[in-house]
Design a binder for this molecule. Sequence first.
Ligand SMILES: Nc1nc2c(ncn2[C@@H]2O[C@H](COP(=O)(O)OP(=O)(O)O)[C@@H](O)[C@H]2O)c(=O)[nH]1
Ligand SMILES: [Mg+2]
Length: 365
Amino acid sequence: MRVGIIGLPNVGKSTLFNALTQASVPAENYPFCTIEPNVGRVAVPDRRLEQLAELISPEKVIPSSIDFVDIAGLVKGASQGEGLGNQFLGSIRDVDAILEVVRCFDAPDVVHVSGALDPRSDIEMIELELVLADLDVVNRRLEKLERQLKSGKPDYVTAYTYLKHLRSCLEAGHPVGPDSSIPAELRTQLADLNLLTEKPLLFIANVGDEGLTGQAANWWETVKQAAQERGAAALWLAAKLEEELWELELPERADFLAELALPEPGLNRLIRKSYELLDLITFFTITGGHEVRAWPLKRGTEALAAAAKIHTDMARGFIRAEVVAYRDLIKAGSVAAAQKDGLMRLEGREYKVQDGDVIHFRFNV
Ligand SMILES: Nc1nc2c(ncn2[C@@H]2O[C@H](COP(=O)(O)OP(=O)(O)O)[C@@H](O)[C@H]2O)c(=O)[nH]1
Ligand SMILES: [Mg+2]
């Protein structure tokens, strides 16, 4: 699962990306790696995993993770090929959700692309580029469908009508949005459209070192308002401070947070929010006494598909899933105790995995 960081130039995208990559380095078992220079795999902070690790004392603790991509090149006219143009748009087509960084910090030495700081107008500028890029995709598909319709195949009529509707929305400047996602019966036909304005979206108001004070507080209200209108999520953080925070050793980090009167790093909120945005839940596995691991899973996934994520053999030879809710396991104190107390359930391949399930897959190949 990939989350793309976009925004106008000089809004703090790379600063945020650097902070995210730093945040992931510490614990030796964390599967952090920089996959490509602009892609970082970041561990998802999860109190439940820590508690399970305290209970089991395994050699290895492996958290769930998300990939973040620093996508450069969005400027006015990107949909018309300005800046990195198509390359930029191609990179966002590949991601599953979008974080849009909006500049809400005042810094005379950091040039603002359009001269003055104005979050509302920045948001509108980006939205327009994304809408135009989608309009282009929809128009090209409509042309193709028109040719196919002439061949007399009735299969294409529904897709054609649906896309014409999308086109009129986009032409009026409206993003497709999360509500008008592609109808189930058209999914395979239109799967490759990958519309940018249909992807889940989270606005990040990047405020200065002073946090939500003065003008930044007003800008944050503007961003929140824009997010609400768009059906998107929003959060604020200070990217530059976060970058400095994660450069510190653990004890100093705690002092720094206390000084800022923050209960936890802003990045933790951001990572969790991104996880929600991707509609992911977490299940856990305990392998003997030596490994406790958190796995990301699309909400609503069945046990068989969850097993396949771990190993194809587990799915091929699936017998059943032994499931205990994480809370029950912690309460019982051990796997054996949970079994004795009847807290362990046997579930079949169609069982819909729940957030916080601790699962042992029985399989035979
Ligand atoms: N004062 C201040 N400067 C920031 C903040 N965030 C980023 N910057 C600076 O703005 C400049 C551009 O940031 P960068 O992350 O490279 O922006 P990008 O073009 O969106 O990737 C850099 O010099 C950063 O140090 C902030 O919160 N406060
Ligand atoms: Mg950058």
